[in-house]
Design a protein around this ligand. Structure first.
Ligand code: FAD
Ligand code: EPU
Length: 277
């Protein structure tokens, strides 16, 4: 186990956030130790806005056995994978599935997430979401591991209801064998839908889409694109992305979020860690 005090800006895709004590756990014993004081769980840090003052809780990262994942070899049309470590990176699993002719993860192509973070957020695109391919989820809480059926975890659009303090430690997926050419075609389609998104540092879409509409379109229509606060800017490419143009602080990003919310009743998709001004 590694324990270090680091700025969370180094662990978030937006590149923002103050210091915290980071506990990288590698074994179940580490996990028991790490959860003996108040904690938060960090995945790939791609849906987080972290305060410039950091957080006082321990920040747990899943390494070692919790990051090991191999989709295994399919022996039938429907392939239920072995248990996959929740700290594994989703893009690696999407690539492994592609190479093995396993279908199901294509809608998640291009989402920078840990497997656990993708389950927690029920990450997805208009083509499908994480919950669609879940077979079982292992969750650690109060010093023990429990297995849940996906129907018990309250999945919805970018939403789940995990037991309080629950840490997703392992996941089994249900995939299907498919013609590789069909998988490639589906990947291209998903990739195409992402073309309008900025390449700069961001945390993905800031807001959830309201039913039947697009937050990005509404922000665009309200004339917010290109608006800046310090090093943060509402992307000129896609209204629902706030980008770090260099040296952005959480306070800058938050100012833009509040400005938008003064005008549009949008629900935040990001998770907020710590106190924002
Ligand atoms: P983090 O951001 O680290 O954490 C998010 C939340 O999950 C936190 O509350 C954290 O405590 C919790 N969490 C993380 N791991 C665990 C665990 N093991 N157990 C319990 N709780 C946990 N999202 C989409 O849905 N669709 C997209 O198309 C999409 N595109 C994106 C594009 C870009 C360029 C970026 C930067 C982000 C995008 N996102 C998208 C947002 C983001 O990738 C997803 O929300 C993703 O699921 C976050 O996963 P993560 O591992 O980074 O979680
Ligand atoms: N639009 C504009 N102006 C903009 C942005 C979008 O007019 O600045 C219009 C587009 O032209 C399009 C519509 O709004 O007609 C929808 O836009 P887009 O296709 O980009 O999809 P989105 O609804 O903005 C959603 C997800 C993304 C996901 C894409 C692709 C949400 C909040 N966003 O974006 O997910 O990658 O679809 O499937 O659900 C995320 O959740 O972080 C995320 C990036």
């Amino acid at each position: 186990m590694k324990i270090e005090v680091r700025p969370l800006a180094e662990f978030t895709t937006l590149g923002v956030g103050g210091e915290a004590e980071i506990w990288t756990v590698e074994t179940p014993t580490d996990l028991v130790e790490a959860t003996k004081a108040p904690y938060r769980v960090l995945g790939n840090g791609s849906n987080l806005l972290v305060s410039d003052r950091g957080v006082s809780e321990r920040v747990i990262r899943l390494g070692g056995v919790f990051a090991a994942a191999d989709l295994g070899q399919s022996r039938s049309q429907t392939h239920v994978t072995p248990w996959l470590g929740a700290g594994a990176l989703l893009p690696n699993l999407v690539q492994e599935a592609r190479q093995k002719g396993l279908s199901g993860l294509e809608p998640l192509f291009g989402i920078p997430a840990s497997l656990g973070g993708a389950v927690r957020m029920n990450a997805g695109t208009r083509f499908g979401e994480m919950a669609d391919v879940l077979e079982a989820v292992e969750i650690f809480k109060d010093g023990a591991f429990y297995v849940y059926h996906p129907s018990e975890l309250g999945f919805g659009y970018r939403r789940s209801q995990l037991p309080p303090g629950g840490i997703i430690t392992r996941v089994r997926l249900r995939l299907t064998q498919r013609d590789p050419a069909e998988i490639e075609a589906r990947l291209r389609q998903v990739d195409q839908a992402r073309k309008g998104q900025p390449k700069r540092k961001s945390a993905g879409c800031a807001f959830k889409n309201p039913a039947g509409d697009s937050a990005g379109r509404l922000i665009d229509q309200a004339g917010f694109k290109g608006l800046r606060a310090g090093g943060a800017m509402i992307s000129r490419e896609h209204g629902n992305f706030v980008v770090n143009t260099g040296g952005a602080r959480a306070a800058d990003v938050w100012q833009l979020v509040k400005r938008i919310q003064e005008v549009l009743p949008l629900e935040l998709e990001w998770e907020i860690w710590g106190e924002l001004p």
